[in-house]
Design a protein around this ligand. Structure first.
Ligand code: O2Y
Ligand code: MN
Length: 594
């Protein structure tokens, strides 16, 4: 097991509080993974899929009241409210512990308490960090096996006194003696996803789903890690990492931040349409970046798998994701076909007769309201199963990041691509990032929501301090920092047609980014940044009208002028904590537009 005294004490204290029937230390073995699946199947929580269709894979249906991250139940419990900032829900740490203690008392009665030591990043990498999750959910154990590196090898690296982030999770449904469990235990009316940035602890109660329960992901790798990164001089970002190779063999690594539901997984696994270009995946959701002795920023993907949205994933939009999920995967809230396969909206084939929906009921008909799969239905698949996983994706030294892309879903105004004038201007672009709301998020579809650096739900401290951290990183890295770009695949013409085909054609923009990193690629200076000239993006073989291309790269000065008050209003939320550099950047933009 372990001789780590602090870890053993913490486990004993937690067991005393939660009163589980049994304690199991996870070793991360294949046998253990299989045991978890069988436990879920035997208890009625999961069912095996057909070994022919989806070998060694299970289907799980959650409680309909537990289907997604719950931002309104997510708290940053810093000592001072100002340190959580205006974009987070804050609670005093003592007050939160007063709420949590009675909820956690005896909460694991009738259940097994699993101790899951996990590494975020390749075990032993200088960029990686260790966490230990205590959970009463076998679904969490199995998912953590795929999404992180679990087990004895992590305890070895931890040694007798290594640092770890303690993560406590309970579904919040103790069982009375002899009480039969429900298929998806949770406590729908009492969810708390809480983070303690000063003590670097995570406590999660009441939900068994995704980001609420797999605490290595959003809770640790983004909210707590963003605090650690600020304190220690590195970056924890909501970014994919891809490896781009030109026909001449020039390799660039690109990190990209897009809000949820803007195609990050698709971009990370893109199949280029440009002959000779290759995209390989390092990660699809999170990047941890640290300086190396050479002064450059190197990134790892702290995760080990993909927790991807199923609906909309198909062999056209993302053949590599389809291959990754073809076996050894966990499917949550998707439909099930009579031959034991999975089905979701916009998968490659029409819905068969006798399809079972995510509620476990026979699906009667296809309409836009009654979906067979929940819109946030997920697949959990090992990254190693992705056909285009990069050969260096587990390099403990990380990959040198050459470029950072920001992007969102914007039907008007924002051009196809632009490069920032400088790191500071790039930070300004990230801080004013906005995206149109999709049907998946609360609020009016199409409404613009500011989502700085795609970190709005994930920054574990005051976002104004986070902006300052970006500026500080730039000051440290100087010329060696990645070049920053802003892209937008989602422009529509006035008549509503898409101006840019997207998907594999986005490789054309990546080619220009690659050229710009080497000081080539044509640009024109505009008030909002350095735009590609009309022929700088390689459109060879692409049937795109010249007018559409011109529109994609047009800067509508009047439209941009109208955005200035919105930017000021967005910045005003941060009061005098907003770095003066960003106000300066906004003033300069306004001047350039006038
Ligand atoms: O609904 C959840 O719990 C998952 S959210 C998620 C999962 C994978 C990658 N990104 C996200 C996200 O919300 O950004
Ligand atoms: Mn994400």
């Amino acid at each position: 097991m372990t001789n780590h005294t602090a870890l053993k004490d913490w486990v004993a204290k937690t067991a005393e509080l939660c009163q589980p029937d049994k304690i199991v230390w996870c070793d991360g073995s294949k046998d253990e993974y299989q045991r978890m699946l069988q436990i879920m199947v035997d208890s009625g929580s999961a069912q095996w899929l057909s070994p022919e269709r989806k070998p060694n894979s299970i289907l799980v249906r959650s409680d309909p009241a537990d289907v997604a991250r719950v931002e309104d139940r997510t708290f940053i419990c810093s000592n001072y409210e100002a340190d959580a900032g205006p974009t987070n829900h804050w609670k005093d740490p003592e007050e939160m512990h007063e709420i949590l203690r009675p909820l956690f008392r005896n909460c694991m009665r009738g259940r097994t308490m699993y101790i899951i030591p996990f590494s975020m990043g390749p075990v032993g990498s200088p960029i990686a960090h260790i966490g230990v999750e205590i959970s009463d959910s076998p679904y969490v154990v199995a998912n953590m096996h795929i999404m992180t590196r679990v087990g004895s090898k992590v305890l070895e690296v931890l040694g007798d006194d290594g640092e770890f982030v303690p993560c406590i999770h309970s579904v919040g449904k103790p069982l009375a003696f002899g009480e039969k469990d429900v298929p998806w235990p949770c406590n729908a009316d009492n969810k708390y996803i809480t983070h303690f940035p000063e003590t670097k602890e995570i406590w999660s109660y009441g939900s068994g789903y995704g980001g609420n329960a797999l605490l290595g992901k959003k809770c640790f790798a983004l909210r707590i890690a963003s605090v650690m990164a600020k304190e220690q001089g590195w970056m924890a970002e909501h970014m994919l990492i891809l490896k781009l190779t030109s026909p001449q063999g020039v390799v660039k690594h690109i990190a990209a931040a897009f809000p949820s539901a803007c195609g990050k997984t698709n971009l990370a696994m893109l199949t280029p349409t440009l002959p000779g270009w290759k995209v390989e995946t390092v990660g699809d959701d999170i990047a941890w970046m640290k300086f190396k002795e050479d002064g450059y920023l190197y990134a790892i993907n702290p995760e080990n798998g993909f927790f991807g949205v199923a609906p909309g994933t198909n062999t056209k939009t993302n053949p590599n994701a389809m291959a990754a999920l073809s076996k050894n995967s966990i499917f949550t809230n998707v439909g099930k076909t009579p031959d034991g396969d999975v089905w979701w909206e916009d998968i490659d084939r029409p819905a068969p007769d006798l399809l079972i929906d995510w509620h476990g009921k026979e699906w009667v008909h296809y309409d836009s309201v009654n979906k067979a799969a929940h819109p946030n239905a997920r697949f959990t698949a090992p990254a190693s199963q992705c056909p285009v996983i990069a050969d260096n994706w587990e390099d403990p030294a990380g990959v040198k990041i050459d470029a950072i892309l920001f992007g969102g879903r914007r039907s008007t105004g924002q051009p196809l691509a632009l490069q920032s004038f400088s790191w500071e201007h790039g930070t300004f672009l990230g801080s004013t990032m906005a995206s149109q709301k999709t049907a998946a998020a609360a609020g009016k579809v199409g409404e613009l929501r500011f989502d700085p650096m795609a970190m709005l739900p994930f920054c574990g401290y005051n976002m104004a301090d986070y902006f300052q951290h970006w500026l500080d990183m730039g000051a440290t890295g100087g010329d060696k920092m990645p070049r920053i770009f802003y892209v937008n695949w989602f422009r529509r013409a006035e008549d509503g047609h898409w101006l840019w085909p997207g998907f594999g054609e986005n490789s054309r923009v990546l080619k220009w980014v690659c050229e710009r990193c080497d000081g080539a690629g044509d640009v024109v200076e505009t008030p909002i940044g350095l735009l590609p000239t009309n022929d700088a993006i390689d459109t060879t073989g692409l049937d795109i009208p010249e007018d559409d291309m011109a529109e994609l790269l047009r800067v509508d000065v009047d439209e941009w002028k109208q955005k200035i008050p919105l930017f000021r209003e967005h910045y005003a939320k941060f009061g005098d904590k907003l770095p003066s550099e960003l106000t300066k950047q906004l003033d300069s933009l306004e001047e350039r537009l006038n």
